[in-house]
Design a protein. Structure first.
Length: 105
């Protein structure tokens, strides 16, 4: 069964169901950055300037920490995650998914 989490960073807030607090924080980060076409390589050296600007603009709207609670917004008893470190995790997961789907193209 999935747990309900209140996730907040900057002006971004979400109520999500997730297995754990880190998964909930990753969901907020993913939704805050926005959708990308499949196949986008998230390595800084290969991103085109438009995508890189979009990512940096969205990251700038978040605080340095992503707070996760099971009680309500404005709390972080379930976890507090560094946005930069979580972005690196998100980027790694995105790259792994792209590699997986490349096998089907």
């Amino acid at each position: 069964m999935m747990n309900k989490f209140y996730v907040q960073s900057g002006s971004h807030t979400w109520i999500v169901q997730s297995e754990d607090a880190e998964g909930a924080a990753l969901w907020l980060l993913d939704q805050s950055i926005g959708p990308f076409e499949s196949g986008v390589d998230f390595q800084p050296a290969t991103l085109n300037s438009h995508i890189l600007f979009h990512i940096l603009d969205r990251l700038a709207q978040l605080d340095s920490k992503i707070n996760v609670s099971q009680i309500g917004f404005g709390r972080h008893e379930a976890g507090q995650f560094d946005t930069g470190e979580l972005f690196n995790t998100w980027r790694s997961l995105s790259s792994s998914l792209n590699s997986l789907f490349d096998q089907f193209n």
